[in-house]
Design a protein around this ligand. Structure first.
Ligand SMILES: [Zn+2]
Length: 431
């Protein structure tokens, strides 16, 4: 049941749906039935193993699904391929479980799904099941009827499709194939450094600010958080006692929507920024993911669980990295469609390296400014780092990205000799 577009550039079209009340009831009942099915199939596999030591495979359950549909009308009422997709999803969960087991890890056994964690219906052959009308104002869903769509971009020819619900709204997601479309050559390269004061700094001096989606909307989110706190009755250890209270449910939903809006604004901003970068530059140099520093921070919080300040600093860092990580992902995706080149380089010591002479010295970095102790080059610290990142892609790689080992005292690195040719390169890339 793999997607028709596996191995090709995928394009997900998300379109808002406006189901009527009756249609929403049918969709919710489809969610309930598919979830029950998932849990039943999981239970069956567990029982087969614990009582008979038999490992049930997907194809055996597939045959039983046909019998089940004949016996139970509620399973009959849901589109068959949706139920096949449920079985496939369970197969994936078990495949992941055994794969991790084989690697010597201790994965959790696939879990039963609760309603809060079951929010999508999959149509593996979407174009066979979901029919858009000619003007794309509605989509016909088997067993539900014609649901109104949001007007907007045209939905292309699609394969797999999903109907998803989030915070009380419904969306259709169509998976389509997309042909790469090369953008005009600009002849320009750029290095990008994640900033501390800004989201990212470009080697041409551009600073990309963090959209303060979080802080702008923080007041709203905090207000909703307070009203949720007021609406919640807690027991001695802080568990809410009135989960079913309609007022509390409404407060939970308002808070979730406020957070969703902030996240949407942030993602929208990252899409716009990445689009601009891909339009302007042919070669885009990014710093490789700093997995080492991420694990180090996790360890630090475990060793000092009480140090709230440090934990908070780590959290801020993680949030910053998440925004930058999303930006990098979007740049990579858009570059792939636009036939642009993305290069990743080792980012270590970029903040201490001079872009003009290549001298690596901790003392050169003075807060937001960079002033080289050897050649006197003065620049914004983040822009200097972005230029160093760009230069690392131009010069022979120190080491393939992702293979970095050793700590700060790695004897083989950094070698100032590597940087002797930088003067020439600096000129050739016009910095
Ligand atoms: Zn220098």
């Amino acid at each position: 049941m793999a997607s028709r577009f596996d191995g090709q550039l995928r394009w997900l079209h998300k379109v808002r749906l406006y189901p009527s009340c009756a249609q929403e009831r049918s969709l919710i009942s489809m969610l309930r039935v598919t979830r029950e099915l998932y849990n039943a199939l999981l239970q069956q596999r567990r029982d087969a193993w614990t009582t008979r030591h038999v490992s049930l495979a997907g194809r055996e359950q597939y045959a039983q699904l046909t019998e089940l549909r004949e016996a139970e009308p509620r399973f009959e009422g849901v589109y068959r391929e949706c139920e096949d997709a449920v079985l496939h999803r369970l197969d994936l969960a078990f495949a992941a479980f055994f794969r991790r087991l084989k690697r010597g890890e201790t994965p959790g056994y696939p879990r039963f799904k609760v309603a809060a964690r079951w929010n999508q219906l999959e149509f593996p052959h979407g174009d066979r099941a979901l029919k858009l009308d000619v003007v794309q104002r509605s989509v016909r869903v088997p067993g539900v009827g014609s649901i109104r769509l949001r007007k907007g971009r045209a939905v292309p020819e699609f394969g797999r499709a999903f109907l998803v619900t989030k915070n009380g709204r419904w969306y259709a997601i169509f998976e389509a194939h997309r042909l790469p479309c090369a953008l005009p050559v600009t002849g320009r390269s750029v290095g990008i450094d994640r900033g501390v004061r800004v989201l990212a700094a470009l080697s041409d001096g551009t600073m990309i600010e963090n959209l303060r989606a979080g802080s702008r909307r923080r007041a709203v989110v905090e207000r909703h958080q307070r009203s949720l706190d007021t609406a919640t009755v807690k027991d001695a250890i802080g568990r809410p006692l009135n989960r079913k209270d309609p007022a509390r449910i409404a407060a939970v939903r308002r808070l979730a929507r406020a957070k969703e809006r902030a996240a949407n604004a942030r993602l929208d901003w990252l899409h716009k920024v990445s689009r601009t970068i891909v339009l302007r530059f042919d070669r885009i140099v990014l710093e490789a993911l700093r997995l080492r520093s991420m694990t180090r921070s996790a360890k630090g919080t475990q060793e000092e669980p009480g140090a709230r300040v440090r934990a908070k600093a780590g959290l801020n860092r993680a949030l910053l990295d998440a925004a930058f990580g999303t930006l990098a992902t979007l740049i990579r995706e858009k570059a792939e469609y636009a036939a642009r080149t993305v290069i990743e380089v080792d980012a270590r010591y970029t903040s201490q390296t001079c872009a003009a002479c290549g001298c690596v010295c901790k003392e050169s970095r003075k807060g937001a400014r960079f002033a080289c102790v050897r050649c006197g080059h003065v620049a914004d610290a983040d822009v200097n780092a972005a230029r160093v990142i760009l230069l690392r892609a131009e010069s022979p790689p120190m080491r393939a990205p992702g293979t970095a080992r050793g700590g700060q005292h790695d004897a083989a690195w950094p070698r100032s000799r590597r940087w002797e040719s930088i003067g020439g390169l600096t000129k050739s890339v016009g910095l």
